[in-house]
Design a protein around this ligand. Structure first.
Ligand code: CTP
Length: 411
């Protein structure tokens, strides 16, 4: 495929080199169109050597080949990574004062932008309004990742990893992910529930909520109307999520269950990514528990409801229900066998299984999952996907999109 890679002037411009190399490995032709400022960060020879094509920034270069319209007309896909606040503002306004902006204005190909900038610039209403306008025109926007920025600061604004950008862009081109969920309402639970023991203590788990947040972003990027039911997620992780993702904060399992049940009647799909406490104290005390002495403390616990099972029992029409299973194997049974048994037991449409035998899941950025699905009454175990939680989430959302298509074709 003929891909134009626009590179704007930001420190993350160096990641464009990895994007070019990977796209070439996938047999695509890559025409790099940097802005003049991008060349302050990475030199033209790097882009030329990696892409095997000449690099110019100006509409007055190579005038005889009418570059400013030809490149856009010939492109089958345009990716801008990194996209600065400035380039986003220019393409929103339709400004065409260099080769990249002229290319964007002339192309009829899908345009994908991967913004990267400081958190303040990303959250600025001007940028957010430009992003909303671009999305409304069908431009595919990959939300920035949350993490370390150029300086010591950290927050939303980081350029996603090259693999994630490529996956997102290629699915934008084939229409399988971005836009594939438009008109669908997806409710996602994330984080970990906490069960109060007293006003200051709780029983909880180590789930950060990163996986559920990545899913919410992927579903949103695919055009869905998203509600995130957030169980005890650090506010720093929620900052910078697209504004139209509705966030419902909850603490305990019973609160999470109530929020999911409230959301269920209007949802096209429910995804239970939250780590749910299986037990809660029989009663929480109103005042702080005091030490009782050397004889130790016995807590009386009662089992929590299985929220996922309840959602399956109350399924509305052809609503899809997705569960997660973090499993460890033992001598007799593999982690995957436990997950497959859970898939059958829970009655879900998709189960996202990850093997946590080697402690890879909680709080880490990388993960590996297999998606178990029921296709025409048969249980199918998908191949294993490795990568960032963003990358894996795109795969889960693509599987969900496929499942919607499958259900529609059989009903
Ligand atoms: N889940 C749920 N309600 C619970 C426990 C889990 O909805 N009380 C959901 C989780 O969000 C996840 C799926 O069920 O999507 C599997 O979670 P897991 O803890 O692996 O399942 P359990 O039913 O607790 O299974 P196990 O018997 O292995 O503890």
């Amino acid at each position: 495929m003929r891909i134009v890679l626009g590179v704007a002037g930001g420190i993350a411009a160096y990641k464009a080199a990895h994007i070019i190399r990977r796209l070439r490995e996938l047999d695509h032709s890559v025409k790099v169109v940097p802005t003049a400022h991008a060349l302050d960060f990475v030199g033209a020879p790097t882009f030329e050597a990696l892409s095997g094509q000449s690099v110019t920034t100006d509409v007055f270069d190579e005038v005889e080949s009418v570059n400013h319209v030809r490149i856009g007309q010939e492109a089958e896909l345009v990716i801008i990574a990194p996209a600065t606040a400035n380039i986003l503002a220019k393409i929103t306004a339709g400004i065409a004062d260099d080769l990249l902006t002229a290319t964007v204005l002339t192309t009829t190909a899908e345009v994908v932008v991967a913004p990267a900038m400081h958190t303040e610039m990303w959250l600025n209403p001007a940028t957010q309004s430009n992003i909303a306008t671009l999305r409304s025109r069908g431009v595919h926007v990959l939300d920035p990742a949350v993490g370390r920025l150029t300086g010591p600061d950290s927050g939303p604004g980081r350029l996603p990893e090259p693999e994630d950008i490529i996956d997102f862009a290629l699915s934008a081109k084939d229409g399988s992910t971005p836009g594939g969920l438009s008109g669908r309402r997806i409710v996602i639970s994330a984080g970990g529930t906490r069960e109060a023991l007293d006003p200051v203590r709780f029983l909880g788990n180590r789930s950060s909520g990163k996986q559920g947040i990545a899913l919410a972003k992927a579903a949103h990027a695919a055009g869905a109307d998203v509600e995130l039911v957030a169980a005890n997620i650090d506010s720093g992780l929620l900052t910078g999520l697209p504004e139209n993702i509705a966030i419902t904060p909850v603490e305990s399992t019973l609160e999470l269950q109530a929020a999911m049940r409230t959301a269920q009647p209007n949802a096209d799909a429910l995804i239970m990514a939250a780590a749910v406490a299986d037990y809660r104290p029989v009663e929480a005390t109103d005042s702080k528990m005091k030490k009782t002495g050397d004889e130790g403390l016995t807590l009386r616990l009662t089992q929590n409801p299985d929220i996922l099972r309840g959602l399956v029992d109350e399924r509305v029409g052809t609503q899809l229900i997705v569960g997660f299973a973090a499993e460890t194997g033992d001598r007799a049974t593999s982690a995957l066998d436990y997950a497959t048994a859970k898939f059958d037991r829970k009655g879900v449409d998709l189960l996202v299984f990850n093997d946590v035998s080697d402690d890879r899941a909680f709080g880490h950025d990388d993960t590996a999952v297999q998606i178990i699905a029921s296709v025409d009454g048969q249980t199918k175990v998908g191949e294993e996907f490795h990568g960032t939680k963003d990358h894996v989430s795109q795969k889960v959302i693509a599987a969900l999109t496929d499942q919607f298509a499958h259900v529609e074709s059989t009903t």
